[in-house]
Design a protein. Structure first.
Length: 221
């Protein structure tokens, strides 16, 4: 989960900030959204799949061919039991900016402030929105967003990583050959998980951190 050697005062400050944010009660007007990227290698068969027959399972040849890589932007709201996956060809600053616009205009249009927990990837900046939109539009979106960055080397602290693991096991653990097929499968998975209201019971808090990382805290003085 962590390496004590990488934990310094900045790491601890950001970690405690995020943990305090997680400890807040649900607030529909100021939702907390965990955000991150994942990827899916698109793979096609080299030979036709033999369909299932009576007394015989479907046959899939072990050989395959790579046909591309898809980027997956993943949003997760623990309090709402909601997630959304946006499959794209790229993950540039412009793509990130459009994800933030989607958040405030499509997914949370009535929120006062959408609080986004994310990592320090170079595309995850306010400047990305100015690259994608006019200054007026960029500022409009940013006025409804608040970025909360996890420490470096602390992907475990972002709850969306857990949901990405669920997505990989429940939806992406097989060959998918095209973006169209990928989007169809992700939409079905997302709908099912959202209907269930599947969430995460996050137990790690500031007190837990200070207890488990006692040696790292002590090294600060």
């Amino acid at each position: 989960m962590w390496c004590v050697a990488t934990i310094d005062a900045e790491y601890i400050a950001r970690m405690e900030h995020v943990l305090e944010l997680y400890a807040e009660p649900a607030d529909e007007l100021n939702p907390i959204i965990n955000f991150d990227e994942a990827m899916k290698q698109l793979i096609d068969d080299t030979r036709p799949v033999q369909p299932m027959k009576k007394g015989q399972v479907k046959r899939l040849d072990y050989e395959y061919k790579r046909v591309g890589v898809a980027n997956l932007f993943v949003f997760f709201d623990r309090h709402r039991g909601w997630r959304h996956v946006k499959a794209t060809q790229r993950k540039t600053k412009v793509d990130f900016a459009h994800c933030m616009k989607d958040l405030v205009d499509e997914h949370y249009p009535h929120a006062n402030k959408v609080r986004v927990v994310l990592d320090n990837l170079s595309t995850h900046t306010e400047g990305a929105l100015y690259k994608a939109f006019s200054p007026q539009e960029a500022r409009r979106i940013l006025n409804k967003i608040e970025f909360h960055y996890t420490p470096k080397h602390a992907s475990w602290l972002n709850m969306v990583e857990i949901e990405i693991g669920n997505m990989n096991k429940q939806c992406l653990d097989r060959r998918i050959a095209s973006m169209e097929e990928l989007k169809k499968e992700l939409t079905a998975w997302e709908w099912r998980r959202n209907k269930e209201g599947a969430s995460i019971n996050w137990m790690f808090n500031v007190d837990s951190a200070r207890e488990k990382l006692e040696r790292a805290y002590g090294a600060l003085n």
